[in-house]
Design a protein around this ligand. Structure first.
Ligand code: GUN
Length: 287
């Protein structure tokens, strides 16, 4: 079998176009412009690239982008004061504090200071609790993007066996909650799981979010399964810098029914869902 390649780049372009159309209507009919504030502390090169891309795509969707770039030695009090100002600003509907933060800053404290209604990352403890109890919440962008691609490919997900490899708060745990919400039978596997290959081979849907290059190989994939690769790992091979996922693409694609590539799979969906969440936050804030 050769897997169908799920084109996340095209899917994300479509989501962004739908968001842009809705934003244009909001402006015309209600004079509203959704606004996203992104806060970057320090100069981590990967974070700088993400923040730049977020800003560009926010503006392309017709939204207002507010970028706050702070020095690496910013105090916790100053960062908390900025978050409080953004919480109170009616032009700001979504707030994203780029992670990881420098070590001297308490990430949990800062994230939990964001107004949950503006928490477009879905990382605030209130949103985590709402998602876990099946209530209306802000949903973390990467798992939301994965869910959208899965629903598009499968239609209904009810009854399917889903295995999520990775238990992070940002991807693994919310991904499992979303799949459970769609009535999958969900297993969360991780680095301490016994016989990981056997667990993975039970999956109709296999989501890899472990952050280990090419750890999931074709022999761990059930024939015909859908494989979603969340990993973005920079490695060097044959003297060249390369981007690979958590899935060994060639061997997995030979067995799977459908698979997301890296790059061009899950990655582009994250920012598209961030824009969708900002639009949602703006609509909820304005009744
Ligand atoms: N750093 C890497 N991914 C993310 C994300 O989705 N949100 C935030 N805030 N920081 C990140």
């Amino acid at each position: 079998m050769t897997a169908r390649v799920i084109d996340g780049k095209a899917f994300a372009a479509n989501v962004r176009a739908q968001v842009a159309a809705h934003v244009a209507r909001l402006k015309e009919e209600q004079g509203l412009t959704p606004g996203l504030a992104v806060v970057l502390v320090g100069e981590d090169p990967a974070s700088q690239v993400y923040v730049r891309n977020k800003g560009t795509q926010t503006v392309e969707a017709g939204m207002a982008s507010f970028e706050h770039k702070l020095p690496a030695d910013t105090s916790e009090a100053d960062l908390l004061a900025l978050v409080a100002r953004l919480n109170a600003d009616p032009k700001v509907h979504g707030i994203l504090v780029q992670l990881p933060l420098p070590a001297h800053l308490n990430s949990e404290l800062i994230i939990n200071t964001i107004d949950p209604a503006k928490d477009v990352d879905g990382f605030h403890i209130s949103n985590v609790g709402l998602l876990g109890t099946g209530q209306k919440s802000m949903v973390p962008c990467t798992p939301l993007g994965c869910l959208m691609m899965l629903r598009d490919h499968h239609g209904k997900l009810a009854g399917l066996n889903a295995v999520v490899v990775g238990r992070s708060n940002i991807v693994g745990k919310p991904m499992a909650q979303l799949l459970l919400g769609d009535s999958c039978t969900v297993t969360i596997a991780h680095s301490r799981t016994k016989d990981l290959a056997e667990v993975c081979r039970r999956a109709d849907i296999l989501v890899a979010a472990v952050g280990r290059p090419e750890m999931i190989t074709g022999d761990m994939v059930k024939p015909g399964a859908t494989v979603i690769d969340v990993g973005i790992n920079r490695i060097e091979r044959d003297g060249k810098a390369r981007l690979v996922g958590d899935v060994h693409y060639e061997s997995a694609a030979a067995v799977a029914g459908a698979i997301t590539p890296v790059p061009g799979g899950v990655g582009p969906m994250t920012i598209a869902c961030l824009l969708a969440n900002t639009l949602t936050a703006c609509c909820r804030a304005n009744g």
